[in-house]
Write a protein that binds this ligand. Structure first.
Ligand code: UGA
Length: 440
């Protein structure tokens, strides 16, 4: 059992906190967002993540996890302090490290006795060195400490599963004591532990996300080529993915990557290389191809609908991916914005993310949020699939055909089998699958 403080209770921080508590540690979660804290102090998560609510409640009731806004309390009552605060994009694409810097200063003020300070947020290489220097500069008392990097690889929507069953654990350390502590913390995990120096660990994190984003842009570019040539991108992905060196995962063509990680990390990693005099053009191209996905969808909408103005369109899915209520950098935001500008009438559904999107895109006479996918289809002249929620795969297409005004589906995530949808009498547009994307 270890005493752990987790600063920042976003996706990474809260899932990590609950995970460590469930593994038998005593955890204090720290956040300065009072709205969030109010919920957490009742044992409730401030965002949706499958399984999180139950596991949080269980550990909260057991007393193995609690929450506070005081870094002082966290530092006093723990031996290991994880930094999990946000590192959003600045305007030039580089990471905004102001939260990390502020937290480091505050930790420094409350050090008493040896502590291990572990960087878990995704940060540019050499950030931990800055954390170390900041803590050294600002510690008032004689408290010795170590810093380490322990990047997280969990995905939203399957974050708890990823926490308990990681492919690997990466630990970047510069002292034996830090290494032993972290190995002990992860002793019950059944996966390789990669032990490196701190800079290497930091690069592993950015490189993993950037590589996966690059894989997605690669398949999306192939998707466009398949459309031009009548080939099928899903079979191309299968054909190349069976090669173990390539692998089948992250080869789903569609509307591209979004979320709080890939877009920001690809941009930040490019900037890091640039700051060191390197032009990482692959990353620039990855981003360019990703941004083009929205244009591709708009081309399909226009070739199906002619002019969007005054046309009723149902939109299924606004979350950046299924099983989350997160809409950060979601393709839906841009798609809705463009269609609105062009004068379409939109009926929008998502199983979880409507409360979040309502905060940034308000309802008006041309835009309504609906609480069932069928309501989005009523009288619609086209149905646009933006997020591949499982419940959309199971929709009764016969019923949908009956309630739509004109049976047109524009499927940005390839959730249906073209032959089946066409047999039912729909015009079906999808991404990179033979000639079907042209609606035939
Ligand atoms: C990603 C990484 O997968 C995690 O390992 C990492 O820990 C996390 O970022 C992070 O840095 O915090 P996440 O953003 O939650 O996780 O979501 P992913 O499942 O990786 O999907 C990212 C985006 O890629 C989504 O928009 C998804 O729709 C898209 N995607 C994914 C595709 O377009 N095609 C694919 O084949 C796979």
């Amino acid at each position: 059992m270890q005493r752990i403080a987790i600063i920042g209770t976003g996706y990474v921080g809260l899932v990590t906190a609950v995970g460590f508590a469930e593994m038998g540690n005593i955890v204090i979660g720290i956040d300065n967002d009072q709205e969030k804290l109010e919920l957490l102090k009742k044992g409730l998560p401030p965002f949706y993540e499958p399984g999180l609510e139950e596991l949080l409640r269980k550990n909260f009731e057991k007393g193995s996890i609690r929450f506070t806004d005081s870094i002082e309390e966290g530092a006093r009552e723990s031996d290991i302090i994880f930094i999990c605060v946000g590192t959003p994009s600045l305007e030039d694409g580089s990471a905004d490290l102001s939260q990390i810097s502020a937290v480091s200063k505050e930790i420094a003020e409350h050090l008493d006795g040896w502590k291990l300070i572990v960087e878990k947020s995704t940060v540019p290489v050499m950030t931990s060195q800055w954390i170390k220097r900041t803590i050294k500069l600002y510690s008032r008392r004689e408290g010795n400490f170590d810093v380490a990097s322990n990047p997280e690889f969990l995905r939203e929507g399957s974050a708890l599963h990823d926490f308990f069953h990681p492919d690997r654990i990466v630990i970047g350390v510069e002292s034996e004591r830090a290494k032993e502590n972290l190995i002990h913390l992860y002793k019950d995990f059944n996966c390789p532990i990669v032990i490196t120096d701190i800079n290497t660990a930091e690069i592993i994190k950015h490189a993993s996300n950037s590589f996966l984003a690059m894989k997605i842009s690669f398949i999306n570019m192939l998707s466009d080529l398949c459309e031009k040539t009548g080939a099928d991108v899903e079979m191309v992905a299968y054909g190349i993915g069976l090669d173990k060196r390539i692998g089948l995962q992250f080869l789903k063509a569609g509307l591209g990557y979004g979320g709080s990680c890939f877009p920001k990390d690809v941009r930040a990693f490019y900037k890091i290389a640039e700051e060191h005099g390197l032009h990482f053009g692959l990353l620039k191209e990855t981003e360019r191809v990703n941004q083009q996905r929205i244009e591709r969808l708009m081309e399909k909408i226009k070739s199906a609908m002619w002019l969007p103005k005054n046309k009723v369109m149902g939109i299924l899915g606004v979350a950046f991916k299924p099983d989350t209520d997160d809409i950060r950098e979601a393709p839906s935001l841009k798609i809705i914005e463009i269609l609105r500008r062009e004068g379409a009438y939109l009926k929008i559904h998502d199983p979880k993310a409507i409360p979040n999107i309502k905060k940034v895109i308000k309802e008006d006479e041309n835009l309504k949020y609906v609480d069932s996918p069928y309501k989005a289809c009523e009288n619609a002249e086209a149905l646009i699939i933006v997020t591949e929620w499982d419940e959309y795969r199971e929709l009764d297409l016969n019923k949908i055909k009956e309630i739509m005004k004109t049976p047109i589906i524009i499927d940005g995530r390839n959730i249906f089998k073209p032959e089946e949808v066409i047999k039912l009498g729909f015009e079906y547009y999808c991404m990179g699958r033979g000639n079907y994307q042209r609606g035939k």
